[in-house]
Design a protein around this ligand. Structure first.
Ligand SMILES: C[S@@+](CC[C@H](N)C(=O)[O-])C[C@H]1O[C@@H](n2cnc3c(N)ncnc32)[C@H](O)[C@@H]1O
Length: 235
């Protein structure tokens, strides 16, 4: 099994994400929902990682009067940056354990003068545990890793078990938004939502403000169709 990406840049990861533990959200074989991608990093991205990422790291205390939006797995953060203008009354926390890709988002925030987005370089499930129950107005998951091989299925983010933890974090009335281009994943997510009595939701039209992400574009080129799902916490 690959090492979790949170170790790729320990100095940055440890500056806001806690060290990985055998917490309750990794009950299935102690697994993470992400893999250990280690690639080459360009000098520009390295500079963003060293100089910009630290400026945007989420660090409590924060203005608790602003609704919190958590994006799980922002990747390069194109959607985060593009949607931030519609979320100016909120604090958006973009979570991504891959420090090299989230560095791209730090550059987008800097270039765009965006001030309502903070970064969590680590496991979003750690952040949710840290924030506590009923803390979050919206959780976004744009194109979660599909983990299509049956032997990796335990790593999927939107399983019944992990969905319980995600639901815990939502306030009553808050929404969970998911996009995936994997029909089987969408089916599993819909079944998990259907089985979670605190959630009500289903497939929705593509939200007008959601831009095409890197992962979505790759899928579109391969002939995949995105499916958008939305659920609300009702109790
Ligand atoms: C398939 S990629 C999609 C990235 C981006 N949203 C897009 O559409 O291009 C999924 C991302 O989720 C991240 N991820 C998976 N599990 C995560 C977790 N528990 N917390 C934060 N990020 C996670 C992965 O590292 C990966 O970058």
């Amino acid at each position: 099994m690959n090492a979790p990406i949170v170790h790729v840049n320990a100095s940055i990861a440890s500056s806001n994400a806690p060290a990985p533990t055998d917490a309750a959200h990794r009950p299935v074989g102690g697994s993470y929902t992400f893999g250990g991608r280690k690639g080459r990093i360009s000098p520009t991205r390295q500079r963003a990682l060293d100089e910009l990422v630290p400026r945007y790291l989420f660090a409590p205390p924060f203005d608790a009067s602003r609704p919190l939006i958590i994006e799980i797995g922002c990747g390069k953060g194109e959607a985060t940056a593009a949607m931030a203008g519609g979320d100016t009354d909120s604090l958006v926390i973009a979570c991504e354990p891959n420090a090299a890709t989230i560095a791209n988002l730090a550059s987008l925030l800097d270039d765009g003068g965006i001030t309502n987005v903070a970064l969590w370089v680590g496991d979003a499930l750690d952040l949710l545990a840290h924030l506590g129950p009923a803390s979050t107005a919206e959780i976004r998951v744009w194109f979660p890793d599909p983990w299509p091989k049956p032997r990796h299925a335990h790593k999927r983010l939107v399983t019944a078990q992990r969905l319980g933890l995600i639901t815990d974090a939502l306030t009553i009335g808050a929404r969970l938004r998911i996009a995936t281009d994997d029909a089987a994943y969408a089916e599993e997510a819909l079944a998990a939502i259907g089985a979670e009595p605190r959630l009500s939701g289903g497939i929705v039209a593509r939200p007008p403000g959601r831009p095409v992400t890197t992962f979505e574009a790759r899928g579109l080129r391969a002939g995949h169709r995105p499916i958008d799902i939305e659920a609300h916490r009702i109790r």
